[in-house]
Design a protein around this ligand. Structure first.
Ligand code: SF4
Length: 56
């Protein structure tokens, strides 16, 4: 299980700083969460201005 970022992502980068695992990186057109690194804490979810992050 890991959190995922949808196509609604506007690549603002807000989530990147909230992740304690540094699991979020810039992908192709949207930010991407590394499923193997994510510990499912949910910290990134609240910080997203467009609600693009959710539990898988
Ligand atoms: Fe990082 Fe937690 Fe979001 Fe996973 S759920 S990407 S560990 S902030």
């Amino acid at each position: 299980m890991a959190h995922v970022i949808s196509d609604d992502c506007i690549m603002c980068g807000a989530c990147q700083d909230t992740c304690p695992m540094s699991a979020i990186t810039e992908g192709d057109g949207k930010m991407v969460i590394d499923a193997d690194t994510c510990i499912d804490c949910g910290a990134c979810e609240e910080g997203c201005p467009v609600g693009a992050i959710s539990a898988e």
